[in-house]
Design a protein around this ligand. Sequence first.
Ligand code: DX5
Ligand code: ZN
Length: 222
Amino acid sequence: MNRLAPSLLGCDFSCIKDQIQAVEQAGAHYLHLDVMDGAFVPSISFGMPLISSIRKCTGMVFDVHMMVQEPGRYAAAMKEAGADLFCVHQEACLHLDRTINQIKELGMKAGVAINPATPVSVLDCVLDQVDQILIMTVNPGFGGQKFIPYTLDKVKNLREMMNHRGINADIQVDGGVTLENAPLLLKAGANILVAGSSVFSGDPGANTKAFIKILNQYEAKA
Ligand code: DX5
Ligand code: ZN
């Protein structure tokens, strides 16, 4: 099913509760939460204290994108804070299979993310173990960057690989997603669109509705 995952990193943190509720009321099902450690990526964002606080004001699926070295260290604490889906970078896990099992044993959905320069072939062995693959469409670390065009082919190749093997996991795309490139991404085989600045700049509720309209159009065609 096609879904929008507004990325909280793009919101106005001075009125975070209003911003979360605006996207939820407009129909967003997921809330994408970007956790950065200043080591795997240059920047630092937020962690468990913020996530457990906002858990009280929304029923959306908490989709936690861990841009953190060895993210398995935080899986239990994130589950406790309210994470539903825990997505780790392939590049950040020395023992990826172990980390995926750890996430599933805690009762969370497991996602694996890859950077733009990482080929989809690295996912070969774990493809049937995960609920979601995240194809980064910018280099991770900051909101508001420009979509990297060659990542579109990675989405297509991954969907073909999965169809060929009869695997029906979600494909999420993250970075520089706009109302303009959303149709291309959905046609290529992505079904969860993460969007930070294009949801939270201007009117988050109206932007969410515009994205959901496109998602529904492509759902109908699928
Ligand atoms: C980037 C993060 C993204 C970011 C997307 O490292 O993973 O989720 O918030 O922001 P936009 O949609 O503005 O590119
Ligand atoms: Zn993200």
